[in-house]
Write a protein that binds this ligand. Structure first.
Ligand SMILES: Nc1ncnc2c1ncn2[C@@H]1O[C@H](COP(=O)(O)OP(=O)(O)OP(=O)(O)O)[C@@H](O)[C@H]1O
Ligand SMILES: O=c1ccn([C@@H]2O[C@H](COP(=O)(O)O)[C@@H](O)[C@H]2O)c(=O)[nH]1
Length: 238
């Protein structure tokens, strides 16, 4: 019997990865695969909170938002994360998991509002909490929401599950000669302007001494390996 390395984690799931091979939206097989990974670690007894991005639907800084008022576009982006959160929670329900969605912006007819003590209660009860609508503020991202909520719930680590398998010297999708770090400090990641996460998220985690693990959501078994403390992805540390 193996023991997970963490009791409570904040998992940041890539919204963009939800598209799978589609051009837009939520790919059914992809979301089911993600949920199967989540179920595996939930069954290990790890308390799990999730933030999911919105890049598969809308980003305030995307070309499609050009010409729009930035704050308005960002609110649209936050609503996109609500849709992804609802889809994720529903897929988890179908897989036999109990999830609760909590929104940072008030849409009570759709999802319950984010209330920190309630979120902590759900986690203690073994429910999976999905934090929707990012931080609730424009000019931020869901990476920063993951850093913020991770800090608030006392997570031991933020797990950033994305389309690449770690932090590289440059964007590996644009520079094939880029090499992967096994680990890197927050200060170095910020100083080198590594774009895998935004600097606000890095700075908040650094100040809160909350490590981040960046790893591939596409690689089978990677999430479990990370939770078991195996050498997987890139650790970003103080
Ligand atoms: N130095 C780097 N190392 C690794 N990836 C990088 C780097 N610089 C840029 N990237 C890019 O950052 C992307 C991950 O961040 P991004 O926030 O865009 O996506 P995400 O979090 O997976 O999606 P979403 O915002 O929809 O949740 C990777 O797919 C990669 O192409
Ligand atoms: O706190 C937040 C979180 C998100 N947004 C907006 O939503 C989109 C989608 O989030 P991603 O992290 O890019 O997946 C983001 O581009 C912002 O437009 C926000 O304003 N505030």
């Amino acid at each position: 019997m193996t023991t997970p390395a963490y009791k409570r984690v904040l998992l940041k799931l890539s919204g963009e990865a939800l598209m799978g091979d589609d051009a837009y939206g939520i790919n059914r097989a992809t979301i089911e695969r993600m949920v199967a990974d989540v179920a595996e670690i939930s069954k290990l007894g790890v308390e799990l909170a999730i933030v999911i991005g919105g890049g598969n639907i809308f980003r305030g800084v995307a070309p499609g938002a050009q010409g729009m008022d930035r704050a308005t576009a960002d609110y649209m982006g936050m609503l996109a994360t609500v849709m992804n959160s609802l889809a994720l929670a529903d897929a988890m329900r179908q897989a036999g998991l109990t999830a609760r969605v909590m929104s940072a912006i008030g849409i009570e007819q759709v999802v319950e509002p984010y209330v920190r003590p309630k979120a902590l209660q759900y986690l203690e009860e073994g429910k999976i909490v999905v934090f929707a609508a990012g931080t609730g503020n424009p000019f931020f991202t869901t990476d920063t929401a993951a850093a913020l909520r991770g800090s608030e719930i006392g997570a031991q680590i933020v797990l950033k599950a994305t389309k690449v398998d770690g932090v590289y010297t440059a964007d590996p999708k644009k520079d094939p000669s880029a090499t992967r770090y096994a680990s890197i400090s927050f200060d170095e990641a910020i100083a080198k302007h590594l774009q895998v996460m935004d600097a606000t998220a890095f700075a908040l985690c650094r100040d809160q001494k909350l490590p981040i693990k960046v790893f591939s959501i596409v690689k089978p078994g990677a999430l479990k390996s990370v939770v078991m403390g195996d050498d997987e992805g890139t650790l970003v540390h103080v």
